[in-house]
Design a protein around this ligand. Structure first.
Ligand code: CMP
Length: 198
């Protein structure tokens, strides 16, 4: 568990909003360890591959969108989750390849869950206060639909340890992940705190 890893991508809107430092700070101060980082421009095909690593993603994303429409008393453009996701994916390909992104791997105890908690839920309008998406931006499904674009929610984070492993392998070569010790890991993980008092 202590070496669990997760992928974070600061999306093109996060870069353009000058939030790279703010986003990194929020993950870094938890005690998680940054073990890889790069700035890159993704191709549309890379984005499609990225969102296809989880076989359930298409169904879950479409259903979430349908539920969000209904909750707001709106009629979804389609009742079929897969049809909705196909539309979203087309917009995502464009959005995620529109400019540079920063891809990172964070490592530590429950890294996937910790990062998801700090990031907040998909739609910034309804993300918790205190989360990256809740605090730092204002987008909504409705705005995105009106403007026929993907929801701009600053960051992507892996949904599970399985997805994380596949996404990390897609974005990073083996040699780009650095194994190193952080001094603070002693206070986070060591059973005894011997050696603090002199
Ligand atoms: P992310 O967490 O990267 O996962 C999929 C992305 O698709 C999501 O963040 C949003 O950027 C986008 N997205 C998800 N649902 C919708 C939707 N209903 N309409 C537009 N964009 C969406």
């Amino acid at each position: 568990m202590k070496s669990e890893r997760t992928l974070v991508i600061i999306k093109p809107d996060g870069i353009q909003r000058a939030l790279i430092g703010e986003v990194i700070k929020r993950y870094e101060r938890t005690g998680l360890k940054l073990v890889a980082m790069k700035m890159t421009v993704a191709t549309e095909d890379m984005i499609e591959t990225h969102y296809s690593v989880d076989p359930n993603w298409k169904m879950v994303t479409g259903q979430k969108a349908i539920d969000a429409y209904r909750k707001k008393g709106m009629v979804p453009p389609s009742e079929n989750p897969l049809e909705l996701t196909a539309i979203i994916l087309k917009k995502l390909r464009k959005y995620m390849s529109s400019g540079p992104v920063v891809a990172m791997v964070w490592q530590g105890m429950n890294a996937v869950g910790v990062v998801r908690k700090i990031t907040g839920s998909t739609e910034p309008l309804t993300s918790d206060v205190g989360s990256i998406r809740g605090d730092l931006t204002i987008d909504s499904y409705q705005m995105a639909d009106t403007d026929e674009r993907a929801v701009r929610n600053l960051v992507h984070t892996s949904g599970s340890t399985d997805d994380a492993a596949k996404e990390i392998a897609l974005w990073f070569k083996d040699g780009e992940l650095i194994n190193y010790k952080l001094v603070q890991e002693a206070i986070l993980y060591d059973v005894n705190l011997d050696g603090i008092l002199e």
